[in-house]
Design a protein around this ligand. Structure first.
Ligand code: ATP
Ligand code: MG
Length: 474
């Protein structure tokens, strides 16, 4: 075979692509680059070509490997095996002087018989590949741990069995809540402070098809106005000065797949409410500083202890948002409307803390008559305090009750006589009486009085001023 027939072989391989300078250079490059090394043996197993890198690696001065048996130069070479078996080695591990490399070896046939074998060694070390593999595994783990972390930090702990009470009111409320849990509808929970809004939200999530996904609570009054948008919707890196380097996930995105619980939704700034309405309607969010829309698959449970309609009247809450949230409303009954549940909570609490001696009858009667502006939470606090005051072996007596509970007397402050005059003046007179009553009952504790009346504290202050009730005497 002369050189022109060698050229004919290459040309035949190229087919209709003519041999060009680009192709010639590429072929040249194949024989002498720094990323792969190459060895070719003939049908007698003799080396016909060994690239410079391999010559160096095996200590063969340039050109001296020619005509030698492959294993004389490369002791662990697999080229003779491929020649013998006619079967290629593809992507095998090859130990070169203590380093693991990846090698491919191909038998070359011409006219049905083997004419040569060529091997190519990928010089990127396995450690390097291992490192890349490790890195991708690490990133994958990181994603998994972030997901686990989200689940760990955002889990609903309570279930319906934790909601106690045998009264018709609480039973009906539980029944309705269970139906809502199955439906996947957004829910608005109304209830005075301490009636169990959070408890119900947990139970609904845990009973729903989203129970294995995050339950993310957003305490709306705790978010500073200027951070509300980024807290809820997140931001892209570099969205604003002071933004975190990698951006930040918003609560909505953290809740993906699960439930977002917007507690005390009435205190969300009105500027955020329109964006929230859009998110609730479209089920899509845009992070701050990004135009990309992210699809959301979440359920929204909102809660409020004040009447949101009153906030709409004061232009502090959007009526379209209230309308959108009002499709499924769960109203939690205050404790004073179901005093028959009080013994249940008392005995449950005594069981939980392991107190043998219970409460005296006198205390029980008083607790049943008390108006509980802070509802079940206040009852539990009352029992906690009384438990501390009474020694373990005595019954809890009135003297052990917290002062504000002991001193309150609901029967003495209710006044049902209706005032006379125009409708407006009657309303005002009634309003004044209610506020005065609330202040008296709560011993002028404004927070409790506002809770009792179901209004915001700022409104209470305004009304107290209007009716001249802001002096410290009653
Ligand atoms: N029906 C109930 N059965 C058992 N425990 C209850 C019940 N309702 C409320 N509680 C308990 O009372 C406390 C207050 O409940 P929760 O925090 O859910 O009320 P809330 O309505 O969210 O109150 P707030 O408006 O003050 O945030 C919790 O310790 C809760 O476990
Ligand atoms: Mg709450």
């Amino acid at each position: 075979m002369d050189e022109s027939s060698f050229m004919a072989i290459i040309k035949e391989a190229l087919g209709s692509y003519p041999l060009s300078p680009a192709i010639a250079h590429a072929i040249r490059f194949m024989f002498m680059n720094n990323y792969e090394s190459m060895a070719i043996i003939n049908d007698h197993g003799e080396i016909e070509f060994l690239d410079r890198l391999s010559e160096k690696a095996f200590g063969a001065p340039h050109g001296t490997a020619r005509g030698r048996q492959a294993r004389e130069i490369i002791p662990t070479s697999g080229l003779p095996d491929v020649l013998q078996t006619g079967k290629p080695h593809i992507g095998k591990i090859f130990n070169v002087k203590g380093r693991q490399r990846i090698v491919s070896r191909f038998p070359v046939f011409w006219d049905g018989r083997p004419v040569s074998v060529f091997g190519r060694v990928l010089l990127a070390s396995l450690e390097e590949l291992e490192r890349v593999r490790h890195e991708s595994q690490r990133l994958r783990n990181k994603v998994i741990t972030v997901q686990e972390k989200i689940l760990g930090e955002h889990q609903a702990t309570y279930v319906f069995d934790n909601i106690l009470g045998t009264s018709g009111k609480i039973q009906q409320t539980k029944f309705l809540a269970m139906k809502m849990a199955d439906s996947d509808a957004d829910i608005l929970i109304y209830g005075e402070s301490g009636t169990g809004k959070e408890l119900f939200a947990h139970a609904i999530h845990n009973q729903s098809r989203r129970s294995t996904k995050p339950f993310v609570k957003v305490n709306c009054p705790a978010i500073p106005i200027e951070l509300a948008e980024s807290e809820l919707f997140g931001y892209e890196k570099g969205a604003f000065t002071g933004a975190r380097k990698g951006g930040k996930l918003g609560k909505f995105e953290i809740a993906q797949g699960g439930t977002i619980f917007l507690d005390e939704i009435g205190s969300l700034p009105i500027s955020i409410q329109s964006k929230l309405l859009r998110v609730i309607q479209e089920r899509e969010i845009e992070r701050l500083g990004s135009q990309k829309l992210i699809r959301l698959n979440i359920r929204v449970i909102a809660a409020s202890n004040i009447d949101l309609r009153a906030l709409v009247d004061q232009a502090k809450f959007r009526d379209d948002l209230l309308y959108r949230l009002s499709k499924a409303v769960l109203k939690l009954p205050p404790l004073r409307e179901r005093p028959e549940d009080i013994p249940t909570y008392i005995s449950n609490y005594m069981k939980v803390i392991g107190r043998n001696k219970g409460i005296s009858n006198e205390v029980l009667v008083h607790l049943i008559k008390y108006f509980w502006p802070g509802n079940v939470r206040e009852l539990i606090n009352t029992l906690e305090q009384s438990n501390f005051r009474a020694s373990p072996n005595e019954e809890i007596r009135p003297a052990h009750l917290p002062e504000e509970v002991r001193a309150a007397d609901r029967s003495s402050v209710e006044d049902n006589s209706s005032p006379e005059g125009s409708l407006r003046s009657r309303i005002e007179e009634t309003e004044k009486k209610c506020i005065a009553n609330a202040l008296r009952i709560t011993k002028r504790n404004k927070r409790k009085a506002a809770q009792y009346l179901g209004i915001q504290r700022s409104l209470l202050y305004n009304k107290m001023k209007k009716y001249d009730l802001d002096k410290d005497v009653l």
